[in-house]
Write a protein that binds this ligand. Structure first.
Ligand code: DOR
Ligand code: ZN
Ligand code: ZN
Length: 458
């Protein structure tokens, strides 16, 4: 079908760019159209005959055009952890993977947990980033710093419940409540890593005493109840605070059930899951070993099925990669307790999901909802999430039919390994436009460092 032409006559102006021969996802339909872009924004969407003049035209050759995808959970590292990833390599991986905006996690060196650490981090990112970057902050010890961090531009806060990362004492429910109340008042979301510290520590100590140090032991230390306890605990606190609460990387059937129960009670909660939790099982972890160790871990089939059901029925709000790069050496110690946990996911997430779309398990509408519309809504990224006139020209161009093998050695990320290495997939991001600028073309980065924009909460 053809998209309707805008009423505004545009034939007297010259715009920066026209994308011709597009099949764009517009208002829940895939539409043959052309997209005119000017000064980083979508100027007009319509038939060829209604397009203004343009300095440049790029023929998209009938490829699918999606709203620029948003990865709401990325560990970009840099600063004291630049040996694992930098803003440049991490955002290059994002652009190569079809993401135009990513949200940066705060467990860095130094930890992002004050206006000053956030400002310094933004300064480093500004000259390096290739895609749009928004920032999480951890909680400071002094609650009065929270509004200053928000003023500096953090779009959300992050709370790790497995160990204390920021300044907030995670063993004190009263301070968590106070922090959540503050965010509720400021209308800023809080994302949580829900694993109960006491439960996992106790199990870990017992396993270590029994000389258990393999991936099986890791699975036992991060049992299903470790996740469920933390989720129920945080939901209880939030019943009194009413903060917008986002559960990161949900991995278990009962964890999801508890969140859904909160949703049914009209609590302001949302949740995410990851590609590794959707595409890998505990058996895969046993086969692959340390490289696939992540927190929370990948789970038995029953959980994977529950997560897929949550995706299909819309109870899981978003998919995020939880891109967590480490060096290969850090991933391969003798004991699992010494392994750095996390999987690089920016360059595998979209091909894995497109493969499912090709096989009919997901629709393109699902992918757009999970990775563009919903993350934009949850993290209040106005300007993002859909293809519409006047919105930012962030676009992900996809070759839906392209069959290829995941090749981790070619990742732009510094972490050149993946539990999905060698996997046959169908569907590939072929171009990434950020604010109207072509950043990735056919797998290569074609823009300068610093071409991406920093997103500050307004
Ligand atoms: O697997 C993980 N990796 N889980 C986390 O919570 C942290 C992350 C990281 O920063 O490496
Ligand atoms: Zn986490
Ligand atoms: Zn994470």
């Amino acid at each position: 079908m053809q998209c309707s032409s805008s009423v505004k006559r545009a034939d007297s102006v010259t715009v920066d760019l026209i994308l011709s021969n597009a099949k764009a996802y517009l208002r829940k339909q895939i539409v043959d159209c052309n997209i005119a872009i000017d000064q980083g924004r979508i100027f007009k969407i319509g038939k060829k005959t209604t397009m203004p003049n343009a300095s440049t035209t790029i023929n998209l050759e009938g490829n699918l055009v999606l709203p620029g995808l948003i990865d709401a959970h990325v560990h970009l590292r840099d600063e004291g952890k630049a040996y694992k990833e930098t803003f440049y390599t991490g955002t290059a991986a994002a652009a190569a993977g079809g993401f135009t905006t990513i949200l940066d996690m705060p467990n860095n060196a130094p930890v992002t947990m004050s206006a000053e650490t956030l400002r310094n981090r933004m300064k480093t990112a500004e000259t390096e980033a290739l895609v749009n970057v928004a920032f999480y902050s951890e909680f400071p010890q002094n609650m009065q710093e929270i509004p200053r961090i928000v003023k500096e531009g953090a779009v959300a806060f992050k709370l790790f419940m497995t160990e204390q990362v920021g300044g907030l004492n995670i063993d004190d429910d009263n301070v968590i409540l106070e922090a959540f109340k503050t965010l509720s008042r400021l209308e800023v979301p809080v994302a949580v890593h829900a694993e109960d510290k006491q439960t996992s520590r106790k199990a870990e100590t017992e396993l270590k005493n029994a000389d258990r140090n393999d991936v099986e032991a890791f699975l036992e230390a991060h049992s299903e109840s470790v996740e469920l306890r933390a989720i129920e605990h945080l939901l209880d606190i939030d019943r009194k605070a009413d903060a917008q609460l986002h559960f990161c990387h949900v991995s278990t059937e009962n964890g999801l059930k508890a969140i859904v129960y909160g949703k049914k009670q009209k609590m302001p909660v949302t949740c995410e899951t990851t590609p590794h939790n959707l595409f890998l099982t505990a058996d895969d972890l046993r086969k692959i070993g340390m490289l696939a160790v992540t927190m929370p871990p990948v789970r038995e089939k029953r959980h994977v099925t529950a997560l897929w059901n949550g995706i299909k029925n819309g109870l899981i709000d978003i998919i995020a990669s939880d891109h967590a790069p480490h060096t290969l050496e850090e991933k391969k110690p003798r004991s699992v307790w010494d392994a750095k946990v996390g999987i690089p996911g920016l360059e595998t997430t979209l091909p894995l999901l497109l493969t499912e779309a090709n096989q009919g398990r997901l629709s393109i509408a699902d992918i757009v909802r999970l990775m563009a519309e919903k993350p934009a809504e949850i993290f209040k990224l106005k300007d993002k999430g859909c293809i519409e006139e006047k919105k930012a020209a962030d676009l992900t161009i996809v070759g839906l039919g392209i069959k290829h093998k995941i090749d981790a050695s070619r990742f732009k990320s510094k972490a050149k390994y993946s539990p999905f290495d060698g996997k046959q997939v169908q569907g590939k991001p072929v171009k990434t436009f950020v604010n109207g600028q072509l950043i990735m073309d056919d797998g290569e980065i074609v823009a300068k460092a610093g071409s991406g924009k920093l997103i500050r909460r307004e």
